[in-house]
Design a protein around this ligand. Sequence first.
Ligand SMILES: Cc1cc2nc3c(=O)[nH]c(=O)nc-3n(C[C@H](O)[C@H](O)[C@H](O)COP(=O)(O)OP(=O)(O)OC[C@H]3O[C@@H](n4cnc5c(N)ncnc54)[C@H](O)[C@@H]3O)c2cc1C
Ligand code: FES
Length: 394
Amino acid sequence: MKVKNFLKDVGGASRVTEKRLDAFENASAVLTNVDPIGNVAREWHPGRIELVVTDIRDACKTAKTIRLERKDGKKLPFFYAGQYIVLDLKIGQSLVSRPYSLSSAPCEARGEHPFAEITVRRSKGDGFVCDHINSELKVGDVITGKMGLGQFYYEPLRDCDHVVALAGGVGITPFVSMAKEINNGSLNIDLTILYGSVSADDIVLKEEMDRLEGEHVHIVHVLSGDDENWKGERGFLSAELIRKYAPSDASYFICGPQAMYTFLREELEKMDIPKRRIRFEVFGQAKDITKYEGYPAGLKDEVFTLTVRRGIHEDQIPAKANESLVTALERAAIRIDTGCRSGECGLCRTKVLSGDFYICPEGDGRREADKDFNYVHACACYPLSDMTIKIPIM
Ligand SMILES: Cc1cc2nc3c(=O)[nH]c(=O)nc-3n(C[C@H](O)[C@H](O)[C@H](O)COP(=O)(O)OP(=O)(O)OC[C@H]3O[C@@H](n4cnc5c(N)ncnc54)[C@H](O)[C@@H]3O)c2cc1C
Ligand code: FES
């Protein structure tokens, strides 16, 4: 086979060399440390930043909107409408982090007075961080966070220019961000939001949504509870209801509680919506890992010893069988990087040196090679015996 001359200049290597030689010839003799591209990249993606809480207001009876601004007064990092921020908080002795979808829009982060907002719902009694945010956080508090994470945003090469948002509860937040961006003229799509809540009191960010409705943003509220005065749609976001309001040649974006995902998968199947046009936001750590298939019976209240190696440090901490390795580390105030807390992003990737573990089947986003070399995503990994792990120093 005659390939020699064909391969000789693959990619135009000879032309590149000529260009580079020219560049060397004409370059200044004075050394420079100017890095304009690096400077823009650092400004847009600065990693963890310090944020000041500048406003807290009610988003409904059970949720609050928190406004955050940069402590150093600089512009906020770049993000797409639909992405989330991860906040790091010290609560008691624990160093915890949680992801929150940004309910403000990118245009608000780039405005004259840049800010970002999250909207957090308090729990029905079993919460930790959400209740702290709702009842302890105050204006003036400083927290660290990194923003612009996640894959749940409109991508013109992949998505249709009509997006149907199926939201439940506080899962409305990424769509409020998208609707604001559309109204600002910086996101050129049509958005139909079908939003399920239990009662009228539970509708998160109702006033903001009323203001956002317009030519390109349509919102249909659906209540599942028996609110006597409700005049709108009732029930769940069924195939029948979706067909009534949404075009079939659209992309479907879904964000809400875990149970809603199972239900909607079946409803969208009934509508023959191709899988490539359906996007689910991740929903965080499993509520009760003991309920998953294959989780060993009788372990729930067991507490194991977790040996944690970080560089030359070694700590031994307790790890509950029904809590993830990330939670054990956070309870012991050992920092580990996290993002999605759903096994997807890989930021909490950890090497297991010894011990048995269970991986949440819905959160097993590991690469095949990682499985072979005993790496886990610590947010989706639960100890079944004493374990030794190795994590990076933060
Ligand atoms: C991509 C994404 C976007 C999200 N967006 C939003 C949003 O816009 N709005 C919103 O309200 N929520 C959002 N969430 C959910 C949010 O991240 C939290 O899960 C939610 O606020 C509940 O947090 P929680 O700590 O109260 O409860 P959980 O996250 O369920 O955590 C409770 C767990 O905390 C652990 N814990 C208990 N005590 C301690 C302790 N002392 N130290 C350490 N750990 C302890 C225990 O394991 C307990 O089971 C989002 C989640 C994801 C994945
Ligand atoms: S935090 Fe994303 S995989 Fe663990």
